[in-house]
Design a protein around this ligand. Structure first.
Ligand code: SF4
Length: 348
């Protein structure tokens, strides 16, 4: 780790790009550049940064800037909340810190729009505090140098990596943080295209030695759960409710359920659906709605209470609430409806 740091710092001193916010360690400059750089590349940010600083050279200018002008200065960068938060924070710095940028991590972190990465960057670069600034670039470099196949999208993994870097930070934390970022931005590029031939860490890099650079880092976004809409029917006949067995190969197979089908039906559609099958309806009213989350999908369910006075032959079981409770396994997804059936029965 120490050898890696030495190589990296030597390389950074020689190769660092001449960026306007690096010419001094003024927190206002570093802060604005870091906010601009969120989700935007350095080349794209440079003209915006220069123009912004010409128009609003101090934190006081930012605090007092009319909103229309501020939004115009940000036009093209997108995510307008970022600049609104910049201004809110500038006002706080003026009012609560007499225009001197706060220096402790907790104070910096309490400013609107400032997260752990930005706070660590400002605190290490401008105030020489030992704080690891870990963004996507740093995670990528770390994963490759250590041949680390953990998923860097996992917040637990991110935290562990930050802790490891934090533990081993050199005295020149600000320089080291910038060197890691610079390496990630210029050499250890994403999408499997690192320029290993030009890399100062080549000899120490485990993924280079093992030929795995282009497979790292691992980024697996949590699978988003698919939503399925369903309409559940609580069919009541002479105080008994209808249930059916779920199909063999269906989710929750072989458990019992209230009749239901995909999609959200309105009252009229629900009414016709049952009438068309030969049911005689005496009352229909909206029942409870409930969303049940499985590991890979969500059921967004609405329901109808339907009292019927006659029904055709069918394969449903018609049960009293006691039978239902004692003898039939109803999946959790349908429990709220079962409870509602019981509540209604108790009140009738
Ligand atoms: S050797 Fe290649 S993969 Fe390893 S840190 Fe350098 S650029 Fe990244």
């Amino acid at each position: 780790m120490i050898e890696v740091q030495e190589e990296l710092l030597k390389w950074y001193q020689k190769e660092k790009r001449n960026l306007p916010w690096r010419s001094d360690k003024e927190p206002y400059h570093v802060w604005v550049s870091e906010i601009m750089l969120q989700q935007t590349r350095i080349e794209a940010v440079l003209p915006y940064y220069r123009h912004f600083m010409e128009e609003l050279p101090t934190i006081t200018d930012l605090a007092y800037c009319p909103e229309e002008k501020l939004l115009k200065l940000w036009e093209g960068l997108g995510y307008y909340n970022r600049v609104r938060n910049l201004q809110k924070a500038a006002k706080i710095v003026m009012e609560e810190y007499h225009s001197a940028f706060p220096q402790t991590m907790s104070e910096i972190l309490s400013l609107p729009g400032v997260g752990e990465y930005t706070a660590s960057a400002i605190s290490s670069i401008c105030f020489n505090k030992k704080e690891a600034a870990v963004d996507g670039n740093v995670l990528r470099v770390f994963a490759r140098v250590h041949n680390d196949f953990r998923n860097i999208e996992d917040s637990k993994v991110k935290k562990e990596i930050r802790n490891t870097i934090q533990e081993h930070l050199p005295q020149e934390a600000g320089e080291f943080n910038q060197a890691m970022m610079e390496l990630g931005e210029t050499i250890c590029l994403p999408n499997g295209e690192p320029k290993c031939a030009n890399c100062p860490l080549q000899k120490k890099c485990l993924s280079y030695q093992k030929g795995t650079c282009s497979h790292l880092p691992i980024r697996e976004k949590k699978k988003s759960t698919k939503e399925e809409k369903r309409t559940v029917y609580l069919l009541i006949y002479q105080g008994k409710v209808a249930i059916r067995k779920r199909e063999e190969d269906a989710l929750l197979h072989n458990l019992w359920e209230f009749p239901n089908q995909e999609g959200h039906q309105n009252k009229k559609e629900a009414e016709s659906f049952w009438k068309e099958q030969g049911y005689v309806l005496s009352k229909i009213e909206k029942g409870p709605s409930y969303t049940h989350v499985f590991s890979h999908k969500r059921w967004n369910m609405i329901s109808y209470f339907i009292e019927i006075s006659n029904y055709p032959n069918n394969s449903y079981q018609w049960l009293t609430k006691e039978d239902l409770e004692k003898h039939y396994a109803i999946p959790t997804a349908f429990k709220p409806f079962q409870k509602e059936v019981e509540r209604k029965e108790n009140n009738s």
